[in-house]
Design a protein around this ligand. Structure first.
Ligand SMILES: *[C@@H]1O[C@H](CO)[C@@H](O)[C@H](O)[C@H]1NC(C)=O
Ligand SMILES: *[C@@H]1O[C@H](CO)[C@@H](O)[C@H](O)[C@H]1NC(C)=O
Ligand SMILES: *[C@@H]1O[C@H](CO)[C@@H](O)[C@H](O)[C@H]1NC(C)=O
Ligand SMILES: *[C@@H]1O[C@H](CO)[C@@H](O)[C@H](O)[C@H]1NC(C)=O
Ligand SMILES: *[C@@H]1O[C@H](CO)[C@@H](O)[C@H](O)[C@H]1NC(C)=O
Ligand SMILES: *[C@@H]1O[C@H](CO)[C@@H](O)[C@H](O)[C@H]1NC(C)=O
Ligand SMILES: *[C@@H]1O[C@H](CO)[C@@H](O)[C@H](O)[C@H]1NC(C)=O
Ligand SMILES: *[C@@H]1O[C@H](CO)[C@@H](O)[C@H](O)[C@H]1NC(C)=O
Length: 805
């Protein structure tokens, strides 16, 4: 202890005697403006500009080991501890962490200089004639150079990187370019820009292929709702969440009207998204995105690999079986076969069947109405054929065959009904030495090696800073000792606790103590619901957030904290506006508790017969619920089924927008649809359960949720309960049957069929066409044959566009 004390004394002596040049500036608050002839230095962390309202900071931001970019970011860190960068001056050429600086020259030129390099890394090429220009950071996040006569010489809003802030226009000179990866801010491959025909587009421009993917390239501009006459070429989002582009395209974010902090970002995965900041939680929520399925973005996964989506991460590339990555650090290079290709013409190849795999384009032929064997033979006969697509075309009632010479734009999704047949040598398939498992975890440019900047420091200038360096070494050494001691004590104290925190940090939610939750829920007194092996209480957390506290029955709590975390970690990564938000968990002793956001308007079940939920709102409930489920089924890495879709599990927020809740029963499936042994027992709630549950031989797929969704929608429309009737036989529910009969009456000429179906007790107007469409879609979902049911994303499409037809 004595030794420790002495060490501390020594350190404090060193620290206090250090006449750091920066100490004066760190004691006063950072300036809001930079004057002519002054500079910001990378050596001093407090050398930054801060906007008057403190929301934005401009300064040197670390982008790697000893690598900095001059940037603007949101001052407040996220819950992950990281900052959200909105602009960078030198994203593609970071500067050293010592002696680099941004200076405003006497002539009014803004210059970014790296250590001792003569040439500037970046400059605004401006000249000030008034001799009193200033560099300022606005409350709107705009960094601008303004001369005395109020002229703006240069502004960061004019040269965005990957983000637009409210009121920042995207002009014809500018484009948004995605970052290379989540951790590497250099320019990536996706761009938002105004094309030569004045249309705002998203393009993938990779090292090997280039292609526009939004709006749908198969549509002409007019058909995609764009005008080619908007030659002003400007687009912007306003603080209320309304985006308007000069090509006539516009949208409102899901939270339009309210005014949180927002940003429009060209994301790493090629999707354009709008985010709103939930200030309490310091988490960005997606309030709009350009592509519902990011995997339909072409080109990015490289050859011989397929794309799948992972919430919170974005796109992920996976090699085909028997293939490995060409370049371990970057998936755009694609995958190469691990087997030796057989000489052309020999009969040594066979085909590996990959259901639900699709490769877009690069067909060597198109063969309609052929059998599988004919298709195989066709591919065999073409030397360059690497495999073929074989799928059933419903419209024509025939099978289509597409032999392919290049396997690009790979995509695997349960919603794709065709198959791919990969050509591999027979010996490869029969040999057991090569594993058939696909190489997983190839996280596409999400896992770059962080490269240290190697720059030669000029000797002649080294002398001047040698003193500083010496000092630096002393202080650093001393700090290190303190840190070691601190950690020694700290880790001894909390060795048991820290592991939980670590895991929580990686799964992204908070770990609550049982005591806190007990207090929050007033000793578990405010019960708001129960079912599914859990009781839900209302509670007020210490930061005044109102939470739903779900206490799992103790029978579930034999597993340890790690297993529990593993099980719920996927739930934590789900992030969709139509899924309930999980804030955290508690796993102490026998207690297993999940903490969710609390929804003030209760569930759909509570509101089915209420006037608060008029027809417009009901329609939004239908669309929102479908979107939430589509995300679960199709956008997740693991295939998640809900398995208990019912009105009690569709919660309504203050605007009566739905959020699907209670994923407690949900299970993660392999994408190829093989059931999980735990699924031998039927799950769900009588009345809403799909017929498959009652037949042991039928596989459980995402279509069970589609069925329940259909029944819930019919209940919402008719006001009739689906309960009752004999379900164990798998016969259609009386309510569903009744609606089906009414609809066929309608087809038979009864023009009042909609009015007869719709719940007359609900007030308000509805559009007949829209209602008719909703009824038909719901009925289709509640088909007894699971093949006849649409997928959830098809449901979303039909609800949004079905009534236009
Ligand atoms: C500064 O921000 C305000 C609103 O926050 C805006 O009206 C003004 O135009 C901005 N000035 C510049 C130069 O961006
Ligand atoms: C967006 O909001 C504005 C004002 O609230 C409204 O006039 C407009 O119709 C909305 N646009 C869409 C596409 O919903
Ligand atoms: C944030 O917290 C404040 C009080 O701490 C509360 O009034 C407000 O509703 C919360 N906002 C959100 C979005 O949760
Ligand atoms: C992989 O890609 C990186 C970055 O593009 C490159 O520097 C490296 O040389 C590549 N490695 C191989 C083995 O091709
Ligand atoms: C993809 O696979 C084919 C044959 O299966 C091979 O010829 C090609 O080189 C592979 N692509 C890459 C990028 O290695
Ligand atoms: C498909 O081929 C079969 C047999 O070759 C033929 O009988 C059938 O009419 C064909 N169907 C179509 C739609 O061409
Ligand atoms: C990304 O790669 C790292 C290291 O290769 C791996 O540990 C991690 O699990 C991968 N992440 C995903 C989402 O596959
Ligand atoms: C970011 O990625 C680029 C391109 O692959 C690479 O050249 C650069 O070194 C990376 N930067 C960092 C800091 O890792």
């Amino acid at each position: 202890m004595d030794l420790l004390f002495r060490l501390l004394m020594l350190v404090s002596v060193i620290v206090h005697q250090t006449p750091l040049t920066t100490s004066s500036s760190s004691s006063s608050s950072p300036p809001h403006a930079l004057n002519l002839g002054s500079s910001l230095s990378v050596d001093d962390k407090t050398d930054v500009l801060i906007s008057p309202d403190h929301v934005f900071t401009a300064g040197f931001y670390p982008v790697g080991e000893n690598a900095f970019c001059f940037s603007i970011w949101f001052t407040k860190p996220l819950s992950t501890g990281r900052h959200t960068v909105v602009w960078m001056a030198n994203r593609d050429s970071p500067v050293n962490g010592r002696r680099s600086k941004l200076s405003l020259s006497k002539t009014g030129n803004l210059i970014l200089q790296d250590a001792d390099q003569e040439l500037p890394i970046w400059t605004t090429r401006t000249r000030d004639l008034t001799d009193s220009a200033q560099l300022k950071l606005n409350n709107s996040g705009n960094l601008y150079l303004q001369s005395n006569d109020r002229r703006i010489l240069w502004q960061s809003f004019g040269s965005p990187t990957d983000t637009l802030l409210p009121n920042q226009p995207l002009t014809k000179e500018a484009m948004l370019i995605s970052s290379r990866s989540k951790t590497n801010y250099s320019s990536g491959f996706y761009r938002l820009f105004f094309d030569s025909d004045n249309v705002l587009r998203l393009v993938y421009s990779g090292p090997f292929v280039t292609g526009v993917y939004w709006p749908n390239p198969e549509l002409r501009a007019w058909d995609a709702g764009r005008s080619t006459y908007g030659n002003q070429r400007t687009a912007a989002i306003d603080p209320f969440g309304r985006f308007i582009s000069s090509d006539g395209w516009f949208f409102n974010t899901s939270d339009d009207g309210v005014q949180p902090m927002r940003r429009v970002t060209m994301d790493v995965d090629g999707n354009l998204r709008v985010y709103s900041l939930n200030e309490n939680k310091t988490i960005w929520k997606v309030t709009w995105q350009a592509m519902a399925q990011t995997c339909t973005i072409h080109g990015s996964c490289g050859e011989n690999s397929t794309c799948s989506n992972e919430p919170g991460y974005g796109r992920k590339c996976t090699c085909l079986p028997y293939h490995k990555m060409v370049n371990r650090s970057d998936c755009v290079y694609g995958c190469e076969p691990e087997f030796k290709q057989t000489p052309c013409g020999s009969d040594e190849d066979t085909f590996l069947h990959l259901p639900h795999f699709d490769f877009y384009g690069y067909d060597s032929k198109y063969l309609p109405n052929v059998t599988l064997d004919v298709c195989k033979q066709e591919c065999m006969d073409i030397c360059s054929c690497n495999g073929f697509q074989y799928k059933f075309d419903k419209l024509q009632g025939i099978y289509l065959c597409y032999p392919k010479f290049l396997l690009l734009n790979g995509f695997s999704s349960v919603s794709f009904l065709g198959s791919f047949y990969l050509r591999v040598p027979k010996v490869t398939l029969s040999s057991s030495t090569i594993k058939a498992t696909r190489e997983l975890g190839l996280n596409c440019s999400g896992n770059p090696r962080i490269v240290e900047l190697e720059r030669v420091y000029d000797k002649k200038n080294e002398r001047g800073s040698i003193k500083f360096l010496q000092l630096f070494t002393y202080v650093f050494g001393a700090l290190e000792i303190v840190c070691i001691i601190y950690f020694f004590y700290k880790t001894r104290k909390s060795a048991t606790k820290s592991q939980g925190y670590l895991q929580a940090a990686t799964t992204g939610f908070e770990r609550f103590s049982y005591r806190d939750l007990k207090k929050a829920s007033e000793n578990f007194s405010m019960e708001v619901g129960r079912g599914g092996g859990a009781v839900v209480y209302k509670g007020v957390l210490t930061d005044n957030r109102i939470a739903a506290i779900k206490r799992l029955k103790e029978a579930n709590s034999n597993q340890g904290e790690a297993e529990f975390l593993a099980e719920i970690s996927t739930l934590g990564r789900l992030n969709h506006m139509n899924l309930i938000d999980i804030w955290g968990y508690c796993a102490e002793g026998k207690h297993r508790i999940l903490v969710y956001e609390y929804m003030e308007n209760g569930s759909l079940a509570d509101n089915l017969h209420s006037d608060n939920l008029n027809w417009d709102k009901r329609f939004e409930v239908a669309v929102g619920t479908a979107k939430g489920l589509a995300y679960l089924h199709e956008e997740c890495l693991e295939w998640v089924l809900h398995c208990d879709v019912k009105p009690h599990n569709i919660l309504l927020d203050q605007n009566y927008l739905p959020k699907v809740a209670d994923l407690g029963l949900s299970k993660f499936f392999d994408r190829d649809g093989r059931g999980n042994s735990e699924f031998t027992k039927a799950r769900g709630t009588r009345g809403y359960m799909a017929p498959e549950w009652f037949f042991v031989s039928l596989p459980i797929t995402s279509k069970v949720d589609v069925y329940s969704y259909g029944v819930v929608m019919l209940e919402m429309i008719t006001g009739r309960s689906p309960q009752g009737g004999d379900q164990s036989g798998g016969y259609e529910r009386p309510m569903v049957k009744w609606v089906r009969e009414k609809v066929s009456d309608g087809n038979g000429g009864n023009s009042n069929w909609i009015e007869e179906i719709v719940d007359s007790k609900v007030n308000g107007e509805y559009e007949r066409v829209r209602m008719g469409n909703l009824i038909k879609v719901a009925l289709q979902c509640a088909e007894e044959n699971k093949e006849a049911r649409p997928t959830m994303s098809q449901v979303v499409d039909m609800l949004l566009h079905g009534d236009d037809l």
